[in-house]
Design a protein around this ligand. Structure first.
Ligand SMILES: [Ca+2]
Ligand SMILES: [Ca+2]
Length: 226
């Protein structure tokens, strides 16, 4: 009886291990009945394409076709890989052409609802990580491009009111179909640590042509605690 139970346990164990084994890229992409794969959770895929230590991984459909791409941050370098169905292999689609010596976060969103997801790269600079730069990348004419547009933090002066002297820049995010840049303004005697003016959010939208334009500015008083 004991032997039968042990044998049954072994068969059961083998059965469950096989069914939960990670799938290869080939298997995932040829089996159309599969639910969308989270490539970032697939060790086999990541092992195939990584070149360094992965700091971040994001599944994103940047070109809007039927397959997802993978964006990786490795050793402060950003690379996007796509799966080539013809060759059945992962290929480098794009990589940042400079080293980003700072803390990086990858954010995605479809700003203009065209099923091509945009990639927002936030780059926190400085010892405290308090200074932020961001770049928005999108798919256009068969390639990934950084989209140029006037960013609020490049000229705070147009957003200042009354006796506000300056602003500090601290956040960029995607909220639904909007890219939102948020900063805080300084009163005349504020120390650098502690702006006491307003929290200002500048909303940007993406046009059908893929351009970015400012669409709204919302501000509220800062509940100063210092
Ligand atoms: Ca795709
Ligand atoms: Ca889009």
């Amino acid at each position: 009886m004991k032997i039968i139970i042990v044998l049954l346990s072994i068969i059961l164990f083998l059965g469950t291990s096989c069914s939960s084994a990670p799938q290869t890229a080939d298997e995932i992409n040829t089996n159309t009945n599969m639910p969308p794969a989270d490539y970032c959770q697939d060790i086999l895929i990541l092992d195939k394409i990584k070149t360094g230590t992965i700091d971040q991984c994001l599944v994103i459909n940047i070109d809007g076709d039927t397959l997802d791409e993978i964006a990786l941050v490795e050793n402060n370098k950003i690379t996007v890989f796509s799966y080539n169905l013809k060759n059945q292999e992962w290929q480098k689609l794009w990589e940042s052409n400079y080293n980003l010596e700072s803390q990086i976060t990858l954010v995605k969103g479809d700003l203009n609802n065209d099923h091509q997801e945009e990639l927002l790269i936030n780059q926190y600079k400085g010892a405290s990580g308090a200074t932020l730069e961001y770049i928005l990348y999108a798919w256009k004419d068969g390639q990934i491009w950084a989209i140029p547009f006037p960013k609020a933090h490049e000229d705070f002066s147009k957003y200042l009111e009354g006796n506000e002297t300056d602003a500090s820049y601290f956040d960029a995010k995607i909220e639904g179909v909007y890219l939102v840049e948020t900063f805080q303004t300084y009163g005349p005697d504020d120390p650098h640590c502690c702006p006491s003016g307003r929290s200002v959010s500048v909303y940007y939208e993406m046009t059908e042509d893929g351009d970015i334009r400012e669409t709204n500015v919302i501000s509220e008083a800062i509940d100063s605690q210092y």
